[in-house]
Design a protein around this ligand. Structure first.
Ligand code: GTP
Ligand code: MG
Length: 248
């Protein structure tokens, strides 16, 4: 009906205004995709990075939809996180499309846990999920292969560089071999994960994609890692992200 047109025009203009405001906001706060298979600790890591740690034990349930979290920093030094859910394969692919194709992010935190992903219980069953580390490592690699392809495609498409930080988390569970494990997730390490990183870098081009590998821990099981050490890992990760985003 003709009478409804002015209303639509007004709401259209308001919508465009809102988009412009959002656009400015987004340019100030770089966007960061957080990827990795289910149970590696993405949600808990981002809780720490946005400064809103959840009470222990509440992060148990897997997420079905993308979590969007914002870290507001001093003088515009914030980040917008998009946590790609790991549990449901169908929603995960859609979310990967969104962060790497439809609305490409500025940087990526790819989270791995050295085969210590927490198994999700199959619906209707009780008791702890059986977790086989070899199986977890194989699934981690499979997940990384899919994600690495998407990152490469995004990096070659865009004119400006993208950054990737491989976050090797849950180091409290293998505290005496952190350096070794970090090395095994690094470019040039000769491991299957490292080989895929090398391929990714070759595809994207070193100038288009910077790659870092950093240890992390967002939860403490036992006392192999002190709270101070955990905080130091998180501070180092934040500092590197700030540097990569030109925040300092
Ligand atoms: N020991 C230890 N456990 C951790 C650490 N980080 C996370 N966890 C535990 O690992 C489990 C899974 O963590 P989440 O953050 O829910 O995992 P996620 O990657 O978000 O999983 P999805 O949402 O299914 O993709 C939780 O029980 C956490 O408490 C860590 O650094 N050390
Ligand atoms: Mg989660």
């Amino acid at each position: 009906m003709a009478r409804t047109r002015p209303t639509r025009a007004v709401s259209g203009a308001l919508g465009r205004g809102r988009e412009r405001v959002t656009g400015v906001f987004q340019r100030r706060y770089p966007t960061v995709a957080v990827t990795g298979m289910t149970g590696v600790g993405k949600t808990e890591l981002v809780d720490h990075l946005v400064g809103r740690a959840q009470p222990e034990g509440t992060a148990e349930s897997g997420s079905a939809v993308m979590e969007r979290r914002v870290r507001r920093g001093r003088r515009l030094t914030g980040f917008r996180f998009r946590v790609v859910p790991g549990e449901n394969a169908a929603t995960r692919l859609g979310a990967l499309d969104e962060v790497f194709h439809d609305d490409p992010v500025d940087g990526v935190l790819h989270v791995v846990a050295h085969g210590h992903a927490t198994g999700r219980r199959t619906a209707g069953t009780t008791g702890p999920a059986v977790v086989d580390r070899e199986d977890q490592l194989a699934r981690e690699l499979e997940d990384w292969t899919v994600t690495a392809h998407r990152i490469a495609a995004m990096a070659v498409r865009r004119p400006h560089p993208t950054w990737l930080v491989v976050v090797v988390t849950k180091v409290d569970l293998y505290a005496d071999e952190v350096d070794e494990v970090v090395r095994s997730y690094s470019p040039g390490s000769g491991t299957p994960f490292g080989d895929r990183l090398d391929e990714l870098r070759a595809l994207a081009g070193a100038a288009k994609l910077s790659i870092d590998v950093l240890p992390a821990c967002s939860h403490l099981d036992g006392d192999a890692v002190s709270a101070q050490q955990r905080d130091a890992y998180l501070v180092a990760l934040e500092a590197r992200m700030a540097q990569l985003s030109g925040h300092d």
